[in-house]
Design a protein around this ligand. Structure first.
Ligand SMILES: [Zn+2]
Length: 316
């Protein structure tokens, strides 16, 4: 279900895929890089220059094999980005997926005002926290986006990211600066083109001024995807998201049982328990990864996107 490409881009995609195969960069049994949407993200990030995209892809491939000393597949099995244990981590560094926007893109919310680095590192080793951030990012391309693509029958390539700065102070900023930079690097290098749009809420006036300067330094395509909003963000936010899909804490109508930040509500919950079981038992072969399983085998039918079914253990 590759997104719309022009004929030249389509040819480039075919050539890129062939070269990755013939040069042994992607193998028949690989758990990643076998779907077109993934390859398109790398091509887009390098403006459809095959050589540059290949270099980027290889570097990413190497990282995936070695991250945490075990590789991403093993890490993803060991740490479930949505299980109950995440609570201790996410209370102090809240990142969560919640339903979809009007374009069918998953919504990713971060409330920076709640970030508590000293508390976080008391509860969890810094390395473990980093791995949690990694699997959370991995979940986006591995399960969240493919489920949205399948559910809405159109190619979804990125997420709508909401960064809420309410209550975010300078001391928190200094505490998280390093991890924030690494996270940005992680997205840029290994999960390119996954930010469809970024809305920054509750930005103080000073930030808006700084932003007008920063904006002149970054690529126009990136800057165009970012909106800096003050405390009067509501109207613009509701242009992107239906009120029913927006948590009440951000001015929407949604009040998921147990709290929107814990519900994980969205198409990705459909069949999740089953996929997780297949992952634990090693039965994803020949479907190989959740992504391929979702795209090839999972039936979304006219399913609602509510969180009620397949609630998994986020509540416990
Ligand atoms: Zn909700």
């Amino acid at each position: 279900m590759a997104e719309t490409l022009n004929s030249q881009q389509k040819e480039t995609l075919i050539k890129f895929r062939d070269e990755l195969r013939t040069e042994g960069i992607v193998g028949e049994s690989d758990s990643w890089g076998t779907d077109d949407d993934c390859l398109i993200r790398f091509l887009r990030a390098r403006k459809f220059n095959i050589k540059a995209a290949k270099t980027m892809f290889k570097k990413c491939s190497e990282w995936r094999r070695t991250i945490g000393g075990v590789g991403i597949d093993q890490l993803y099995t060991e740490i479930d980005p949505w299980d109950a244990k995440r609570k201790e981590v996410f209370k102090k560094w809240p990142i969560w997926f919640h339903k979809t926007d009007k374009k069918g893109r998953p919504i990713n919310i971060q409330t920076l005002g709640e970030i508590d680095i000293p508390g976080l590192h008391k509860a969890v080793e810094p390395e473990r926290h980093w791995h949690t951030i990694v699997v959370n990012q991995e979940a986006l391309t591995r399960e969240v986006i493919p489920c949205c693509t399948k559910r809405f029958g159109q190619s979804i390539s990125g997420a709508l990211c909401i960064l809420d700065l309410k209550g975010f102070g300078l001391s928190q900023f200094w505490g998280m600066k390093g991890i924030a930079r690494e996270s940005l690097q992680l997205t840029q290098d290994y999960y390119p083109e996954t930010m469809g749009q970024l809305l920054i809420l509750n930005a103080p006036t000073s930030f808006t001024a700084i932003w007008s300067v920063i904006k002149t330094w970054i690529a126009k395509e990136t800057a165009d995807k970012i909106d800096i909003l003050g405390s009067d963000y509501q109207e613009i936010l509701l242009k992107h998201v239906d009120a029913d899909n927006l948590p009440s804490s951000l001015g929407g109508n949604c009040k998921c049982e147990g709290g929107c930040e814990w519900s994980n509500a969205g198409p990705w919950l459909k069949g999740r328990q089953h996929r997780r079981k297949l992952l634990y038992t090693g039965d994803l072969v020949p479907a190989r990864t959740e992504t391929e399983y979702i795209l090839k085998h999972q039936d979304f039918g006219e399913e609602s996107t509510s969180s009620d079914e397949e609630f998994f253990d986020a509540k416990s």
